[in-house]
Design a protein around this ligand. Structure first.
Ligand code: PAF
Length: 286
């Protein structure tokens, strides 16, 4: 497995693979890989001749008061996992390799970033779209893999790819959960034992909401109220948002009469966790 932090080196391999007519799958990550990332790499391995995993904590998608400095990192463990899953190349650049000191170009998707995490993280998706655009160009990937855990991110990237005619297929992969339902996340490592237990409230609440919709409830307010009241039973939890939006446009809806994304962001202690469910399919072709 190739490990490199240099864009020119990645491009050298990509040129050669393209010359041989091979397909490339890209799994963009911020490292500290877990079973959720592993599921993306496995899927990329199945679908493509070559797999590139990017491992880069992207500074421009963090707000000034967010956790950039303490974001967990373990590059050696990441490489071991990538190698065991058959990845061909891990791209691990320094921030200076990705961003020139006078870089002043950004990619911004409107509308889909107005609600949900866009409210409290106003520059987050611009940072994500900018780095993902760069990774798409560097890797020239045929397909890129993103988890449904970050459902808004997935929808925003799909829209960017469509609007800007990127020659890449975006594949969404289902949320991978712990046995007690907590969605896998690198940020779960921030939680102490009591908080870890308390964090299961997100899944419990969403599960009930999903059951209500499956049973025919179409009033979004009723479903949101139920989700909120279940989360409210956990003293360590503080709700940032509970929303039900149109799955593709990410605009809040009152009546559940089309595929929806139900998403929550909840502080457990001082750590903010997100989780969601969707109705309808995750990928167009499914
Ligand atoms: O989902 C993530 O880990 C990041 O937002 C991504 C897509 C790798 C961009 O930095």
């Amino acid at each position: 497995m190739i490990r490199t932090g240099e864009i020119a080196e990645v491009k050298k391999y990509v040129r050669e693979w393209k010359r041989q007519g091979l397909t490339i799958g890209l799994v963009p990550t911020m490292g500290y890989l877990h079973e959720g990332h592993a599921s993306l790499i496995r899927r990329a391995r199945e679908d493509n001749d070559r797999v590139i995993v990017s491992d880069f904590v992207n500074p421009i998608q963090f707000g000034p008061k967010e956790d950039l400095a303490v974001y967990p990192r373990d590059f050696d463990a990441d490489c071991r996992l990538c190698e065991s899953l058959g990845a061909d190349l891990v791209f691990h650049p320094e921030p200076e390799e990705m961003y020139a000191p006078n870089a002043c170009t950004h990619v911004k998707v409107d509308s889909l970033t107005e609600h949900l995490c866009g409210v409290t993280r106003p520059f987050h998706f611009q940072g994500v779209c900018t780095v993902v655009t760069k990774l798409f160009h560097i890797s020239e990937a045929d397909r890129a893999y993103f988890g449904q855990k970050d459902a808004q991110q997935l929808a925003v990237i799909r829209r960017m790819v469509r609007d800007l005619n990127f020659p890449i297929e975006i594949i969404g992969c289902p949320i991978i959960r712990e046995e007690d339902g907590l969605a896998k996340s690198s940020r779960n490592t921030y939680l102490n034992a009591e908080e870890r237990k308390a964090a299961t409230i997100l899944y419990k609440a969403l599960k009930k909401g999903h059951e209500m919709i499956d049973a025919g409830e179409t009033d979004a307010a009723k479903v949101k109220d139920t989700i909120r009241s279940i989360i409210g039973t956990e003293p360590r939890a503080t709700i940032d948002y509970v929303e039900i939006v149109d799955r593709d446009e990410l605009q809040p809806i009152e009546t559940i009469d089309r595929p929806v994304l139900a998403a929550v962001a909840v502080y457990i202690g001082k750590d903010r966790l997100i989780d969601n469910f969707i109705t309808g399919s995750l990928n167009e072709k499914e």
